[in-house]
Ligand binder design. Sequence first.
Ligand SMILES: NC(=O)c1ccc[n+]([C@@H]2O[C@H](COP(=O)([O-])OP(=O)(O)OC[C@H]3O[C@@H](n4cnc5c(N)ncnc54)[C@H](O)[C@@H]3O)[C@@H](O)[C@H]2O)c1
Length: 301
Amino acid sequence: MASQGTQTSAENGPLQKILIAGGGAMGAGIGYIFARAYPNAQVDVMDTNEKVRIAAADHFEKWAAKDKERDEKAGKIPVDITGRLNILGGFGKAQLHYDLMIEAITENLELKKKIFSEFDLRAHDHSLFASNTSSLSITTLSTAVNPKRQGRVIGLHFFNPPRIMKLLEIVTTEATEPSAISLARDVAANLDKTPVICKDAPGFITSRLGIVLINEAIFALQEGLMSAEDIDTSMKLGYNFPMGPLALADFIGLDVVFAVTQTLYDSYQDSKYRPCMLLRKKVEAGHLGQKSGRGFFIYDK
Ligand SMILES: NC(=O)c1ccc[n+]([C@@H]2O[C@H](COP(=O)([O-])OP(=O)(O)OC[C@H]3O[C@@H](n4cnc5c(N)ncnc54)[C@H](O)[C@@H]3O)[C@@H](O)[C@H]2O)c1
């Protein structure tokens, strides 16, 4: 794999036009890393919320300045994303044929299915349809596209923040074609991520294991066994976790954690996945973690 900043157009491979739906915590980061790793590609990031679009534009500017400085220090030619990373407020009427479309919108199956049917209108027969969902069924999402394209549907589960986190969990359905998996592996290599492949199942591996730990930490807090600080300290110092489970939940977003836990519970019908009431109450109160300034801890926005 060529290092970022030194790629040639040939290395864009079949990916010239890339669309990311959702420009929040995940979508903006995903759009940015694609614009950097595919130097001749057009990357469109679409979000229906104007505030989110403004924040994404601000992030792109800051990240690009930081990366330019880093590239120059490392003696690399800085990657120019000017004019290639676009922010859109809607799909518009243009019937662009995207090579890769990734949805990173709110964790809601019906909304994501609608986005996939919109993707279908902008696809060609070799387009790759991907979802960044943390828990929802990729197989169900695949039913929203033309049946002849269902083999091109895959999960590309990036982690937060996408610019930093090294893992790419690739999720395959029974129908996913080998060529789609191989393209997903190429994407991981180009983005400098380490891929793991998981068969489609609720929560895959990462959310199934990680969210159970987070939910259990919230139960322990609800039971008054320890303070939030001490629960996190226990896991950091006792298990060498870089971050405690409650701070991680605040970082992910408590609405996302709740939605994923609820999906695991609904899908497996196993009480071990039931969302803790304290988590539900935090979401109802709008205490969503870092993004709202308050979750299990208080943040200075
Ligand atoms: N937050 C994490 O740590 C994390 C990690 C991995 C995966 N994910 C997954 O990524 C997805 C997005 O999560 P996030 O944390 O970025 O959430 P977020 O709330 O920050 O962003 C979601 C964005 O989707 C936009 N949106 C909603 N409906 C839309 C539509 N129809 N068209 C266009 N935009 C629309 C919203 O305006 C919002 O900006 C979810 O599926 C989540 O499970 C999240």
